[in-house]
Write a protein that binds this ligand. Structure first.
Ligand code: GCU
Length: 607
């Protein structure tokens, strides 16, 4: 296992990476595929020492003709970054293991500047080396991390950046061994060498102060926020300005952070109907960062969810971070535009980004398009709830998810997990995650996708998962008519919950092979899926009065190694409302029609 010192190398997350100075390291990287981890362990399976020339964090270039080199990097073996390796090489379609990425770059460091290596995400474990020196190690496949790079490590020419990526699943990991999605491996999001002044603005937060429970924000609302400095912060004058509102506030940061509050003049509140974003600038003597922020309040109030004090109904859809047409992980603005564009076409005002934090381009685009977001960490199914180490891994991912996206107005729900089986040790684990999320952010709702036992086909299903007492939004997955009975089972079924809280259906759906048509009783036909949604929609009209929305499963067909019906699935989960070829299935229009109805009906305040 790595020395404690090396592990500490992961520094606090630097935000607003895109506009920071530095070097974009995306593009073509050379690689060595290393299923036996020969580059990391010697033939006695002992970890190689840092100076071991056979370690794959070295170039493998022979110094003398007598040198016996058994590894090396060449342009024969290259992969694009960002991008999963599975869709780039047929031989990697199913590959789970270690692969070494190498990138050479030239860079001239500036005096009085600090350097950080930033990764948008690497699935799953990343060991990072620069010029043979270990910078650090990170586990977790869907959240950003950065390591400090001492300027002395960086050479003007031919820097050797090597990342060992291992996407092997593990019982004590998050997610664990069993998931219903493809375990895409690699450096799946952007890489950047970030250059900042010796004292720099690491992150800042700005959000509307909560108004009195159940009430709309005042005409001239108060905002609160903080600025966090990185590097050698001692005493810094900081200016926070919102030019469109003629706001310029000065504060002094002693140490590395300071909080602030101030009143805004009349503002346009952010909402799906009016996704107004304000350009915010935070400045010090040496540094300056910008962000686009929407001002809104959101809360669970009694049986309703109030956005800016008004009740909302969430017309949602669940989305995987995958582009089915290319069978690959989504990572770009174009990918976000495609997926969120499809959700908009369906009539959505909300998206559930399942089951892990998606690329930042998704949440930023949701801000500008006006889509409410449910963001989730992959505490999925049978995590090892009894393990403290696993809880720590889940909490780290929670921190990284919230650290990256805390300024996104679109995000209204942090979810700490999905379909985790009820047990005391599990509820304790999840409760601890919920408390952690609240301590990090008390401006959003906390939830989790609870599981209900619908296979019992009872007349009244009660959402009574003990976790319901700790969440703000009681959300559950139901597949009545797919995993439980036939779709007309819905006619005989009612739902209720023990908890006097807003109720949300976080998943419901059935499979259909796009273009396969038959009578509605035939599984996997578009007619069966259409019937499924017709019965579900009829049932939605009979839901209890705290029913405030849904995010059916799922926008697009997606890859899953668990789906092996040779006729209808072939490695695809076919519950998409849109097929992997981009065809809208009949059920798409059933839900679209229901959403048109709901969009027309404005929910009223409930006393
Ligand atoms: C589960 C799970 C999803 C899965 C879906 C399905 O509820 O949360 O990840 O893909 O059901 O069975 O299709």
């Amino acid at each position: 296992m790595l020395g404690a010192a090396t592990l500490q190398a992961q520094t606090l997350l630097i935000n607003n990476i895109h506009e920071r100075a530095g070097l974009d390291l995306n593009g073509t990287w050379q690689y060595i595929v290393d299923p036996y981890e020969t580059g990391f362990y010697d033939y006695r399976f002992k970890e190689r020492s840092e100076t071991d020339p056979e370690a794959f964090w070295t170039s493998g270039i022979p110094q003398n003709k007598t040198d016996r080199m058994e590894h090396g990097y060449s342009d024969q073996y290259v992969l694009e970054v960002p991008g999963d390796w599975n869709h780039q090489k047929p031989e990697f379609t199913y590959y789970e293991g270690t692969l070494w990425y190498k990138k050479s770059f030239d860079f001239h460091v500036k005096p009085a500047h600090n350097y950080y290596l930033y990764f948008g995400a690497v699935n799953y474990r990343a060991d990072v080396y620069l010029n043979g020196k270990k910078l650090g190690m990170h586990v977790g496949g869907f959240t950003p991390f950065n390591f400090e790079v001492p300027a002395v490590y960086i050479k003007p020419k031919d820097n050797l950046l090597v990342v060992k990526v291992d996407n092997k699943r593990g019982a004590d990991e998050v997610p664990t061994l069993n998931t219903d999605w493809w375990n895409y491996g690699g450096i799946t999001r952007e890489v950047k060498l970030v250059e900042v002044p010796q004292t720099f603005i690491r992150d800042f937060s700005l959000h509307l102060k909560k108004s009195k429970a159940g009430e709309a924000p005042e005409k001239k609302p108060w905002v609160s926020g903080w600025v966090k400095l990185g590097g050698h912060a001692k005493r810094e004058k900081v200016t926070v300005s919102i030019s469109a509102l003629k706001i310029q506030k000065e504060l002094v940061v002693t140490g590395d952070s300071a909080a602030f509050n101030f009143q805004l003049p009349k503002v346009q509140l952010w909402s799906p109907e009016n996704p107004k974003l304000y350009a915010v600038t935070v400045k010090t003597n040496t540094d300056e960062v910008h962000d686009k922020i929407g001002f809104r309040t959101v809360e669970a109030f009694g049986k309703q969810v109030l956005l800016n004090g008004k009740p909302i109904f969430m017309r949602g859809i669940s989305i995987h971070g995958e582009i089915p047409g290319d069978i690959r992980r989504a990572y770009s603005q174009a990918d976000a535009a495609l997926l969120l564009g499809q959700a908009h076409e369906l009539g959505c005002n909300m998206v559930r980004l399942a089951h892990y934090p998606h690329d930042e381009s998704m949440t930023r685009m949701a801000d500008s398009l006006g889509l409410l977001v449910w963001s989730e960490i992959p505490v999925y199914w049978t995590i090892n709830f009894g393990s403290k180490a696993v809880l720590a891994k889940a909490k780290q991912q929670l921190h990284e998810m919230i650290d990256r996206d805390h300024n996104r107005a679109s995000i209204i729900i942090w979810s700490v997990g999905n379909e985790t089986p009820v047990s005391e040790v599990r509820t304790k684990f999840m409760h601890s995650l919920i408390n952690e999320a609240r301590s990090l952010d008390d401006t959003r709702m906390i939830s989790a996708a609870l599981e209900v036992n619908y296979a019992a086909l009872k007349d009244t299903n009660v959402v009574d998962d003990p976790l319901g007492q700790y969440v703000d939004l009681v959300a559950f997955n139901e597949y009545l008519g797919w995993y439980g009975g036939l779709p007309d089972q819905c006619r005989k079924t009612n739902w209720k919950t023990l908890y006097d809280k807003p109720l949300f259906i976080s998943e419901t759906g059935g499979g259909a092979l796009g273009g396969f048509h038959a009578d509605s009783l035939t599984r996997y036909s578009e007619e069966y899926q259409e019937w499924y949604f017709k019965e579900q929609v009829a049932m939605f009209h009979r839901m209890p009065d705290n029913f405030i929305g849904l995010s059916p499963w799922v926008l697009n067909d997606f890859r899953s190694p668990k789906r092996n019906n040779p006729t209808y699935q072939e490695g695809w989960n076919r519950k998409g409302l849109i097929s992997n070829l981009g065809q809208k299935k009949k059920a798409f229009y059933v839900l679209q029609h229901y959403y048109q109805e709901k969009a027309a009906a404005k929910p009223a305040h409930k006393k």
